[in-house]
Design a protein around this ligand. Structure first.
Ligand SMILES: Cc1cc2nc3c(=O)[nH]c(=O)nc-3n(C[C@H](O)[C@H](O)[C@H](O)COP(=O)(O)O)c2cc1C
Length: 201
């Protein structure tokens, strides 16, 4: 089987600290034999959720733009890496906007009950959160984790791991960090091997 790994880059800053860390993860996954792909949210065209709740009745989003295309695409991969820098102590508007747009999947699962994920299916879909922050605070990522948890839960993906690097201001960027890029590469390789060991659906 060929494991598929998709990275979502939620940073508006192209090739910055967070996208570079994501690239290292995807390189590791490719090195282990995975087919990889990267979605740059900044280049996609979607609006925030309108909160109209039409999806609570139909299970579908009435807004026709790139959000649904992205969501359907990432739901077909084996491992999803979601990357965002910390902005104002949380994830970027680009990523939060996309997560909110997955509400129609949430409605299918929790309101309409037309969607159900078996435990073994969840277990073999691995989600990884990748983030960087300027400050050295240990708790600087804490406000980001619940939104990522909600996204993976909605999509039927196990929240498998974090690759997070704080103190970017001191390190003068991710390339100055002593371990983060190597850690990301190694974790990219590892997630592929773990999924392979679990077998296909
Ligand atoms: C609008 C904005 C808000 C930010 N807010 C925070 C913050 O609250 N805490 C923090 O540690 N760093 C903050 N930063 C710094 C970024 O998290 C940090 O520089 C990160 O590595 C940038 O990643 P990027 O190169 O992928 O954009 C902020 C940066 C910007 C541009």
């Amino acid at each position: 089987m060929t494991v598929t790994v998709i990275g979502i880059s939620g940073s508006p800053h192209r090739h910055g600290n967070t996208e570079t860390l994501l690239d290292s993860f995807l390189d590791g996954a490719a090195h282990a034999g995975a087919e990889t792909d990267k979605i740059i949210l900044r280049s996609m065209n979607y609006t925030p959720c309108r909160g109209c709740n039409a999806c609570h009745k139909t299970g579908e989003c009435i807004v026709q733009d790139d959000a649904e295309i992205i969501i359907e695409r990432v739901m077909s991969c084996d491992s999803l890496a979601v990357a965002s820098p910390i902005y104002s102590m949380g994830i970027t508007a680009e990523l939060k906007g996309l997560i909110d747009r997955a509400q129609y999947i949430w409605a299918q699962k929790f309101i309409l009950k037309t969607r159900f994920y078996q435990d073994d299916v969840i277990r073999r879909h691995k989600g990884v959160f990748i983030s960087t922050a300027g400050l050295p605070w240990e708790n600087v990522f804490d406000a980001a984790f619940p939104a990522i948890t909600a996204f993976f839960n909605t999509l039927g993906i196990e929240y498998y791991d974090n690759i997070i690097a704080n103190d970017m201001d001191t390190y003068k960027g991710i390339r100055g960090h002593p371990t983060a890029l190597t850690e990301a590469f190694t974790k990219g390789e590892k997630v592929v091997r773990v999924i392979e060991s679990l077998g296909s659906n």
